[in-house]
Design a protein around this ligand. Structure first.
Ligand SMILES: [Zn+2]
Length: 256
């Protein structure tokens, strides 16, 4: 009898320790895609349309709660608790294939997402056109800024950073006819002064890659990179577990 009580206590404590470990390391998975095109499996920035569709079907079938990035950021700012099956979907750069290959799947699943656009590429071959941006924006896909020139901001002066932040925002606002509030740092490059400049430019939140140690910083949200190497759904499951950032090397900017 006594040994049963010890065993039950051990199971309970073990479970509590595991739960504590999970919740204290958990980071809401914000998925980062780039191109959705037929892939040779070599580029870490491409996912084939077929793999993308299987990944979205996986999220749907397993009841993941796919939320707009802006509402996730709002909840983080308001310190609301985030359900453990929450996922946000993002695309960087603004490739035309996002419209051609990812958008129909997102629409079918009724999943929100955010596309971060390099504004000097708008209307160029292989990149999103103004009209595409308006259609996406009208259909639950948010458009955010990824700077004008895809500048790695830590290499630029404060004035240049400000120009990249403001001009890209204004250009998108002119196209969409409403304010643009989300930002993605090219190559994740952010330092504390750049983070501050993003806030000052009027953005409500921003995503990076693996910069900064702070979990759930609304101006430097870490993201999980998805490539065709994650075509295997077990790998993808780990990517959306909220623990895939564990043990990942963080890039420490000076003064963080
Ligand atoms: Zn980029």
């Amino acid at each position: 009898m006594r040994s049963l009580a010890y065993k039950l206590a051990a199971v309970f404590l073990g479970g509590a320790a595991l739960f504590y470990f999970y919740t204290s390391h958990y980071e809401v998975p914000v998925l980062m895609y780039h191109q959705v095109v037929e892939s040779d499996g070599q580029s870490s920035l491409q996912v084939s349309p077929e793999t993308f569709k299987r990944q979205m079907e996986f999220l749907k079938a397993h009841g993941y709660h796919v939320v707009p990035l802006e509402s996730l950021i709002r909840d983080l700012k308001n310190k609301k608790s985030i359900p453990l099956n929450t996922v946000a979907i993002t695309f960087d750069d603004g490739f035309l294939d996002n419209f051609q290959n990812a958008f129909p799947v997102l629409k079918e699943m009724n999943f929100p997402a955010t596309i971060f656009v390099i504004t000097e590429n708008i209307n160029k071959e292989h990149w999103l056109f103004e009209e595409d941006l308006r259609i996406l924006d009208d259909s639950g896909i948010s458009i955010g800024s990824h700077t004008v020139t895809h500048a790695f901001l830590p290499d630029h002066s404060a004035e240049e950073v400000e120009t990249e932040l403001r001009h890209s925002k204004e250009h998108l606002e002119e196209i969409l006819g409403h304010s643009v509030t989300l930002f993605s740092y090219p190559a994740g490059g952010v330092t504390p002064p750049i983070r501050q400049a993003v806030e000052k430019a009027g953005y409500v939140g921003a995503v990076t890659t693996n910069y900064g140690k702070t979990r759930h910083d609304p101006y430097a949200l870490h993201r999980v990179k998805v490539s065709d190497a994650h075509g295997n759904l077990f790998n993808f499951w780990f990517k959306v577990s909220g623990l895939s950032q564990l043990g990942k090397k963080r890039v420490e900017a000076k003064g963080w």
